[in-house]
Design a protein around this ligand. Structure first.
Ligand code: MV4
Length: 522
């Protein structure tokens, strides 16, 4: 008799190559170690001192800084996996995570790709095919075209049928690239030609389709897990409306706009969507939730997402461990698929703030520099997922995400209080970050009421940034941080425990003492 598939596969994965860097590489290494698996890191030259390289059981140098010669080089990654005796490859997010060709290259080399089948990635990567498949599966899609537009004449006819405003989208796009908002018929031809050129340049495919433009929706996404036995579980929604130029900055779970009844309908749509493409692994179905309460399928992300921890905190699951288990052919440990009686329920509330190396007071300009000092928040309900630590240099070669700060609480209010407290504990010296922006959002009246949609930052960004943070601690923190740097630099400092004394107290130390005193009296 054959050994059960489960036992057979369990023995198959012992070592995993992590084809990524930064916080997600560290996150996957942690999951591997908890699953009893060895983790092999890959790195580029400037990343040789990065935490993911040190935390892994082995590390392979890929090449110089540019991604094309390191984290995006399929040949080098496959060779690294084979050379180090890996049986599986985890792609993380970004980089090659949604490239069907990479999944196939892994499989062809006898490696298990920790992700969905390449067929499911292709079906969801072609946005009009995804729309057709979703419609066939009974998942609501935004009114629009089922097939790519042949020419500007067809674009004009379809847009007129839908009614303006419309949104022209690239078939090979996603994440907002190659999109054009068209307010009136007079603009459709020019917009179509411009968008086509842009899409051709960006994706090598100029195919376009058109949808009715939805005004001020929320971006709600459903996390799903599917195993090889055809089981699909929906793990509720994430509210991702707080974004800037298609980069999410704050995510939470659950959404204040989603009732248990709506959650059930969203979950049913999401599991139907996953089933329609034969999905296996962790995936996310994005929806737009209109102010009317109607929701529409937007696209599917066939990877683990940056914001996955908010779901982990309210559903008590480890999504990356489940990815590894599923890849090894094991059944997932999440029970309760969507459907009558099977719905999972969120416990409490979780918020994630993305700490990025960007200057919020300078139009979120990406920043570079050495992380001279880092104080990591901790304590009740706090989680810190980082890809950097003190001493690391931040360059412009990669994504500006430094870390994700998460807060969990019994209620949204408690989660926000904790996030505010943790943001006040966080000290980053050496480069500007999104931290002061997050501190201000945590005090914003509209955010506190949950009155957010995808236009929130466009509308409220300037007001939020102009506000003084509630606590007044921010300046004290900046000074305290400067004191630390100052102390490290100076040969002698007053009042040190080692008994050495300074000839004079530096102005930073004096200011730090003064502020500490004042804050203490407030
Ligand atoms: C839309 C839309 C309004 N109506 N489609 C942006 C990214 C891509 N995934 C699809 N996007 C949108 N599609 C219709 N028919 C508005 C957006 C959109 C958006 C969606 C989610 C999160 C942030 C957004 C920011 C601007 C536009």
């Amino acid at each position: 008799m054959l050994r059960p598939y489960r036992t057979y596969c369990l023995a198959m994965i012992k070592r995993v190559l992590i084809a990524n860097r930064g916080e997600i590489a560290v996150r996957v290494i942690r999951a591997c170690h908890e699953e009893g698996l060895a983790a092999v890191a890959v790195y580029s030259e400037p990343d040789r001192l990065a935490p993911h390289v040190r935390d892994a059981d082995a590390a392979v140098l890929l090449g110089p800084a540019p991604s094309a010669e390191s984290y995006l080089d399929i040949g080098k990654l496959i060779a690294a996996a084979k050379d180090t005796g890996c049986q599986a490859v985890h792609p993380g997010y970004g980089f090659l995570s949604e490239r069907a060709a990479f999944a196939e290259a892994c499989t062809d080399a006898g490696l298990i790709f920790v992700g969905p089948p390449a067929t499911a990635m292709r079906a969801m990567g072609d946005k009009t095919e995804a729309r057709r498949r979703m419609q066939a599966a009974g998942v609501p899609v935004v009114p629009g075209t089922a097939a790519p537009l042949r020419d500007p004449v067809e674009a004009r006819r379809e847009a007129k049928r839908l009614g303006y405003p419309v949104l022209l989208k690239a078939v090979g796009g996603g994440g907002g690239k190659g999109m054009r908002h068209v307010a009136a018929e007079s603009e459709i031809e020019g917009a179509f030609q411009a968008a086509r050129r842009e899409a051709l340049k960006a994706f090598g495919d100029g195919s376009m389709y058109v949808e009715k433009y939805l005004e001020r929706p929320r971006h709600i996404e459903i996390q799903i897990l599917a195993d090889h036995r055809g089981r699909v579980a929906a793990l509720g929604e994430r509210e991702c409306s707080i974004q800037r130029r298609h980069q999410k900055l704050i995510e939470e779970a659950p959404s204040v706009a989603v009732s248990p009844a709506l959650r059930r309908r969203l979950s049913e749509a999401a599991t139907a969507a996953a089933g329609a493409v034969g999905y296996v692994g962790a995936g996310t179905i994005e929806f737009l939730l209109a102010p009317s309460g109607e929701f529409y399928f937007l696209e599917m992300n066939t990877r683990i997402q940056v914001e996955h921890p908010v779901t982990e905190l309210v559903y008590g699951v480890d999504l990356v461990r489940e990815q590894l288990r599923i890849a090894g052919g094991q059944p997932m440990r999440v029970h309760g698929a969507s459907g009558p009686g099977g719905q999972l329920h969120p416990r409490g509330h979780a918020i994630e703030c993305r700490i990025t190396a960007e200057d919020p007071f300078n139009d979120f300009l990406p920043a570079t520099g050495v992380l001279q000092y880092l104080r990591v928040p901790s304590g009740p309900g706090i989680r810190w997922d980082a890809g950097v630590e003190a001493g690391n240099e931040v360059t412009l070669f990669y994504d500006p995400l430094l870390a994700k700060l998460l807060a969990w609480g019994e209620t949204r209010e408690v989660a926000i209080q904790r996030m505010r407290r943790a943001l006040n504990e966080l000290v980053i010296v050496g480069l500007p970050t999104s931290q002061p922006f997050h501190l201000r959002v945590m005090d914003d009246a509209q955010f506190l009421k949950g009155e957010i949609d995808i236009t929130y930052l466009e509308r409220a960004g300037a007001r939020v940034l102009a506000a003084a943070p509630r606590s007044g601690l921010e300046r004290a923190i900046a000074v305290a941080a400067a004191v630390v740097v100052d102390e490290r630099r100076s040969v002698t400092t007053a009042g040190r425990p080692d008994g050495r004394t300074a000839a004079s107290v530096s102005p930073w130390v004096a200011e730090g003492r003064r502020l500490n005193l004042r804050v203490g009296l407030e």
